[in-house]
Write a new protein. Sequence first.
Length: 328
Amino acid sequence: MNISADVETFINNKMFFTSMKKEGMVWVLLMGIFIFVSISFVSAVTNVTACGTLGSAGEYYTLNQSINSTGTCITIGANNITLDCQGYTINYSSEGLTNTYGIYVSSRANVTVMNCNVFDVNRTSSGTNRHGIYFTLIFSPEPYFEKIWNNTVNVSDSKGIYISSGKNVNVSYNSVSSSSGEGIHINLVNQSIVSNNGASSSSSFAFYITNTLNSSFYYNNGTGSGNSGFALSGSNNNTFFDNDAFSDLGRAFYLLNSDQNNLTLNFANSTSNRAFYFVNANNSYLHSNLGFAASYEAIAFLNCEDETLINNTGTSNSKPCNWNLFWF
């Protein structure tokens, strides 16, 4: 294997798709202009001045100031609601109580949360389940009608963005960080898109994908300082395209008990473990991925069958060349 040539090919492909991603940003800008123009013709626009429940179906809610709460700040209480924070901050859970959230959405349809800064105020509480943005039991009848767009989320000991039990969700262009929880956790989700997000966690997974089917993850960047950049468990038939995964202490890109997933043009780098690691993950399709590992193998499989590998490259600083791609 010509490692340098393979790396050069990988870089050229990444540059090509990065230019495509920039073109995609133009479409996002145009969509933003469309939303702005559309708002101009919508009579139901309500300014939010304090935390509480947003309960008028079909309403477009906006912030023109930052708001604060000792517990949960915003609860979406009806269908067909948009919350546009316009860059202002939602400060929540100053008392650090369990089960308090920045933005909480349960059993609703066609909800959009966009342009919000969500900040977990209490940095010392041992209270759990204090997620920044929490969507649960979301089953929109139309593709990608649930949208979490262009938000910045910073939390302490819980999940930054947590989607649990949903379908047709679009999570895009968010920047998320958590000190000890997952950055973005996608659980029991089907037919959804997660794209162009940056997620990090100091001690857990940056992206944690569990029991999720038929969804697409592309152009994301995950950094798990204490664990994986991307971790899958019990998740099948998903597509991962042009994502970057980094880890200091764990496997950068880790699949466990997850079958028939497609990984194309992804980059994984672990400074102390494997770059790509597949355990009980069958019928995977890997094309043009690049892995760097300071220790162990760059790309490794344990108890896996019927894998398809095309033009993948692995480099390890501590293993011989024939261990860069390894079955055991």
